[in-house]
Design a protein around this ligand. Structure first.
Ligand code: E4P
Ligand code: PEP
Ligand code: MN
Length: 450
């Protein structure tokens, strides 16, 4: 039996259209946008509401310290890099990190990709100028093309449809890999042994040895590894383009409640979290678990009012605050926020994004981050939560499974001159495969100390 939606709920889902919405593309042609959103509404959902409910329960467990969230993937997914190899490498990286973190935390790790929908970006400037030519800035493959030509940079609503289809093929492949045997813990462990054979990672030898022994103990004790071959792997992206997100918002036939069916989890970015804005309004009306990024300007009052609007029922697992303060400021800014939000009884999952507060331009003009600084923000996050007796519930990172050179440092010692070698990101710098694994070992050690 399917339950028909409450007419007031349907009217409410249109409310965002009356509110200020920042970082929306200037689509040149309203009619073509309307035609695309009409078409999008006819296409099937990408996730099932019941899966989002299951994820909410797991995030609730993470907020109580009974699980840990690992959310990772590109800053901006691209249509060109959504073939099987690129997706498999990202999944593999996240699975490898998750295995190490599971050991470090002695907790189940919730695996979530910034994948299958992360195609739209807010930008600092609407325009980009090169050699005296000014064009609209690149806003993600769902909006316009990266090549610096007028034809590419004009926002094209048909790209929303392409983004939907790429999201569909990506989530399909994610499900196939993670249900079909690619997530087998024995396989993942073998990959991690390969990583440890590099002498650069000697400092993690003790931890790696312990994991190896734990695996052998499990085998000897008769653990059914075949039962561990299939894992849940969730999709997520920033819910930025409201026309797309609204078209993907559907009524669950079981309950009559609205869900954003473009991903299991969606978040509101640092630049679009205005309390009276369209993004907060639309996401306040869907049942998915959702996140909000909180940067250094976020006040306790902002956090309190976001919690009231986005989670009025105080449901555990519904709301995640993803803090991205910067390594230099987290120890000053985070304590007050966490302490007051906790004292006022708002159930929140606290997750650390150590990437977005630590970006700078290299001498040659590459947007980059320093590996040690990124790790220092994670360390600060754990220190603050430990001092307050609150729960550091997860990690949100920009990474790729390929050997790119975008973030400085790590044991491979990528220096400024190496950045040019393989700088492929179209927006923010990502940890490469090795740096991601190195981060997992470093964070696993922090989790153990915690
Ligand atoms: O990913 C985050 C933002 O979209 C990105 O950092 C914006 O970058 P910009 O300052 O280059 O526009
Ligand atoms: C835009 C992003 O981050 P923030 O909203 O934290 O700036 C992002 O996650 O890529
Ligand atoms: Mn980014």
């Amino acid at each position: 039996m399917s339950i028909s939606p409450d007419p007031e709920v349907l009217t409410g889902l249109e409310n965002w259209r009356q509110l200020p919405a920042v970082h929306q593309p200037e689509w040149p042609d309203r009619e073509s946008l309307d035609a695309v959103t009409r078409e999008l509404k006819e296409w099937p959902p990408l996730v099932f509401a019941g899966e989002a409910d299951g994820l909410r329960d797991k995030l609730a467990a993470a907020s109580r310290g009974e699980a840990f969230l690992l959310q990772g993937g590109d800053c901006a997914e691209t249509f060109a890099e959504s073939g099987a190899d690129a997706i498999r490498n990202r999944i593999r990286t996240i699975l490898q990190m998750a295995a190490v973190l599971t050991y470090g935390a002695s907790l189940p790790v919730i695996k979530m990709g910034r994948m299958a929908g992360q195609y739209a970006k807010p930008r600092s400037n609407n325009l980009e100028t090169r050699d005296g030519v000014t064009l609209p800035a690149y806003r993600g493959d769902a909006v316009n093309g990266h090549p610096f030509t007028e034809a590419d940079r004009v926002p094209d609503p048909r790209r929303l449809m392409t983004a939907y289809h790429h999201s569909a093929t990506t989530i399909n492949l994610i499900r196939a890999f993670t249900r079909g045997g690619y997530a087998d813990l024995r396989l993942v462990h073998e990959w991690n042994r390969g990583f440890m054979s590099n002498p650069a990672y000697k400092r993690y030898e003790v931890l790696a040895g312990e994991i190896d022994r734990a695996m052998r103990f499990m085998a000897a004790a008769g653990v059914d590894f075949d039962a561990l071959k299939s894992v849940d792997f969730y999709s997520s992206h920033e819910a930025l383009l409201l026309d797309y997100e609204a078209a993907m918002t559907r009524i669950d036939s079981r309950t009559g409640d609205p869900y954003n069916t473009s991903a299991h989890f969606v978040w509101i970015g640092e630049r679009t979290r205005q309390l009276d804005g369209a993004h907060v309004d639309l996401l306040s009306r869907v049942r998915n678990p959702i996140g909000v990024k909180l940067g250094p300007t976020a006040t306790v009052d902002d956090a309190r009012r976001l919690a009231e609007q986005l989670n009025p029922a105080g449901e555990p697992g519904r709301l995640t605050f993803i803090t991205r303060m910067g390594a230099g400021r987290i120890r000053d800014l985070l304590p007050d926020l966490v302490q007051k939000v906790t004292a006022e009884g708002f159930p929140v999952l606290w997750v650390c994004d150590p990437m977005h507060g630590n970006t700078f331009s290299s001498q040659a003009g590459y947007k980059t981050r320093q590996f040690t600084t990124v790790l220092d923000e994670v360390r600060g996050f754990f220190e603050v939560h430990q001092a307050l007796g609150t729960v550091p519930g997860g990690l949100h990172v920009e990474l790729t499974g390929d050997d790119v050179t975008e973030v400085l440092g790590g044991s491979e010692e990528i220096d400024e001159s190496a950045l040019a070698r393989r700088y492929e990101t179209l927006v923010d710098p990502r940890l490469n495969h090795q740096q991601s694994l190195e981060m997992a070992f470093a964070v696993a050690e922090m989790l153990r100390e915690n």
